[in-house]
Design a protein around this ligand. Sequence first.
Ligand code: FMN
Length: 325
Amino acid sequence: MALKLKTRVNEILGSKYPLVMGTMGYQSTPEFVAAAANAGIFACLSSVMSRTTQALRERIRETKSLTDKPFGININLFPMISPLPHEEYIDASLEEGVTVFETSGRSPENLAPRIKKGNAVFMHKCARLRDAKTAERVGADIVEIVGFECGGHPSRENITSLVLIPQVVDAVKVPVIAGGGIADARGIVAAFALGAEGVLMGTRFLATKECPIPPSFKNKLLECQSTDSIFVMRTLSDPMRALRNKLTMTVQEMEDKGATQDEIIHMLAGEKSLKAMEAGDVENTLLACGQIIGLVHDIPTVKELVERIIGETTAVYQRLGKTFK
Ligand SMILES: Cc1cc2nc3c(=O)[nH]c(=O)nc-3n(C[C@H](O)[C@H](O)[C@H](O)COP(=O)(O)O)c2cc1C
């Protein structure tokens, strides 16, 4: 008998399961997001993929043509060399019928009233306890929290998910989606045991058939151990957990030797990295990647992965039932 997995999270988001595929800046395409939505989980298109409002509108329309299930828009507030017009993006998305926004990267305080005025669901993803409290204070309907293990940008406080999740659950009344270091049913049940009502996974979904990264990357990911998730940009304001390769090792070395911010940014420039990615060049691309990569051993479709995880959740729950009699 499959577990129902009903929490406030899937009630609010409208997805079958309270599971979220983490937004991935240059990977969260309409096809990939629709694959997640059709598999019964929630996902967001990423704003950074669209350099104009019109491009964003087109991506929303394309996603709608691929799924009738709900999906959201991630508004990326990380500092960028050419910042995006967030307000315009929110207004255009609302006009296109988007009903869920996820903010991440910086305080969403300035944007919160706009999202709430549009009667949309507002979730904020953060990596520190105090940011989770701020998100609730400024009106978030859901708080997403990621620990030190996560792919992308953990906080500089270095607090692991196991320590962070229950503290956030205790600190806010709104439902919490937990992530950072989760890739299978054991991690999901653990996050629920800590009080989360939803689970967020990013790195695990990199190794799926629909993820739009070249096969050379997926094959490389299968060879990785957890130690292949390393930090770059430790000397800038937003350290990033990424795949160990020639580029990230060189940048680490440069940072150790006191390279300037400009030198580091030049090495990691988005355009250069995207070109390398397109060429399948695993060694010269900056690809976010969490420690849980050590537990990723195959490349299923998104649907196969979700069904397997949901099935295994039941088995883990039953095993625990025998232990905690
Ligand atoms: C390749 C990749 C790209 C990501 N890009 C973004 C992004 O653009 N915006 C964002 O908020 N989070 C981004 N993340 C973080 C994920 O949404 C999610 O929070 C994280 O992967 C969860 O931790 P996990 O990797 O341990 O599952 C990215 C993660 C990965 C692996």
